[in-house]
Design a protein around this ligand. Structure first.
Ligand code: AMP
Ligand code: ZN
Length: 163
């Protein structure tokens, strides 16, 4: 996506963003699990659980806080979140996960992100999240927000007022 695109973040180097490279399939290292026109799901390079995948939009957007930056509309963000969660759950089922209550889907919130391209963490089973990475994926912490909490938050949020 061009730097001048309304949804791009001028601060990000889209050309060198690793998740842009994976999403556009120019990076050949990533193990892609599923893809469609808008989204790509691939294995996390440093898995914290037996199943650990990342779902990213092909289009570069900074993070789940992109709404506040004004680069993406509330409706667009809600739609992307829903689709990302659906793809993550589909991949888990495809990989043989049957207990869909024992999964964790969520986002790190800035500044607790290491890659500046929106990505949903998809982990299962939760009781096998490695002990030393457990704190990173703990719901209701300042660093991590579950997909459910974010969806609820967005549902109650009115579009930003324009002055
Ligand atoms: P976060 O800390 O939420 O920004 O998570 C970024 C995630 O991306 C981490 O779990 C990394 O292990 C993962 N990651 C970074 N680079 C790659 C890569 N090239 N391929 C797959 N996963 C990656
Ligand atoms: Zn990117």
């Amino acid at each position: 996506m061009s730097r001048n695109h309304p949804d791009s973040n001028e601060d990000d180097k889209v050309e060198t963003c690793i998740f842009c490279l994976i999403a556009s399939e120019r990076d050949k290292e990533a193990e892609i699990m599923k893809k469609d026109k808008e989204l790509v799901c691939f294995k996390d390079i440093n898995p914290a659980a037996p199943h650990h995948y990342l779902v990213v939009p092909r289009q570069h957007m900074h993070s789940c806080s992109s709404l506040n930056s004004g680069h993406i509309s509330l409706g667009q963000l809600k739609w992307i979140m829903k689709r990302m969660a659906e793809m993550g759950k589909t991949v888990l089922r495809d990989q043989g996960v049957t207990n869909m209550k024992d999964i964790r889907l969520g986002f790190h919130q800035p500044p607790y992100i290491s890659v500046n391209h929106l990505h949903l963490h998809v982990l299962a089973p939760t009781n096998k999240i490695s002990e030393y990475l457990m704190y990173k994926f703990m719901p209701k912490t300042v660093a991590f927000i579950t997909e459910e909490s974010l969806t609820m938050h967005l549902k109650n949020k009115a579009p930003p007022v324009k002055y």
